[in-house]
Design a protein around this ligand. Structure first.
Ligand code: DGL
Length: 274
């Protein structure tokens, strides 16, 4: 059982930032990464649609024998975690919102926390709830930054367009005198590639956190608790996408921090599942 792969799922290449953290923490594990690139973005879709997409992705990964599922997408974690656990009661299913909230609460000095996320994640309020569960007096502002997903998928991480977009979304936060955030949470797995531009705007008084490392630690702890950790040898990597292998490889390389070849990405169809 411990030798079986971990499934990692996102709407696109954003979840590769989580995969990278997982590989750092757990290099002996085998991973199957699935990016639902044909149906990206998830962040503008209704919760019902995101739940259906997430269940289909989970079915495809379960059929490949995974021992755990990491939902490396905040939008899908916010909308579909309960449904995924209900449909796969014996599978370990781990999302990124609670680890992200924990990282924010740990980092924040005054409890003034801003969450940058997709429209869907902000609308559902999952981050706000998760942060308040850990620190009830926290002042949480959630800002939908949907264009960041398009910039990240395009591989645009610096330059005038990126700077102007960051300024447009963040200005209202930093113009406030009261409750100006001391911590920004990158509440979408696409956003870590824009970290430098976001940090540059926010300035040195603001701590930026994402959920990747904290999620990897949660996965490690839960696999260990279930006796499911693979500890010896070098893990293998497998990539699945629902469209655009060439684009996935080109942009994904930047997210993963290592070259990806289009030929190594298997295209699959999720539409027929469920
Ligand atoms: N990467 C995803 C997230 O963490 C969503 C991006 C999208 O598909 O809108 O929320």
């Amino acid at each position: 059982m411990a030798g079986r792969p971990i499934g990692v799922f996102d709407s696109g290449v954003g979840g590769l930032t989580v995969l990278q953290a997982l590989r750092c923490a757990l290099p002996a594990e085998h991973y199957i990464y699935l990016g639902d690139t044909a149906r990206l973005p998830y962040g503008t879709k209704s919760p019902e649609t995101v739940v259906r997409y997430a269940l289909q992705a989970a079915d495809a990964l379960v059929a490949r024998g995974i021992k755990a599922l990491v939902v490396a997408c905040n939008t899908a974690s916010a909308a579909a975690l309960e449904a995924l656990r209900a449909h796969h009661p014996t599978l370990l299913v781990i999302g990124v919102i609670e680890p992200g909230a924990a990282a924010a609460v740990r980092a924040s000095q005054h409890g003034h926390i801003a969450v940058l996320a997709t429209e869907g994640t902000v609308r559902g309020g999952a981050y706000q709830r998760a942060i308040h569960a850990l620190r009830s007096e926290a002042v949480v502002t959630a800002v939908p930054c949907q264009l960041f997903v398009a910039l990240a998928e395009e591989g645009w991480t610096d330059g005038v367009v990126v700077e102007a977009t960051v300024a447009r979304y963040l200005a209202p936060l930093f113009e406030q005198v009261i409750a100006r955030p001391d911590t920004l949470v990158l509440g979408c797995t696409h956003f870590p590639v824009l970290r430098a531009a976001i940090a540059g705007y926010a300035g040195s008084g603001t701590t930026i956190v994402d959920s990747a490392d904290t999620t990897a630690r949660v996965v490690q702890a839960q696999l260990a608790a279930g006796g499911l950790l693979r500890t010896a040898g070098q893990g293998a990597l497998q990539f699945l996408a629902t469209d655009g292998a060439v684009r996935f490889a080109a942009v994904g390389s930047r997210f993963l921090g290592q070259p990806l070849q289009a030929e190594a990405i298997e295209l699959i169809d999720l539409q027929h599942l469920r």
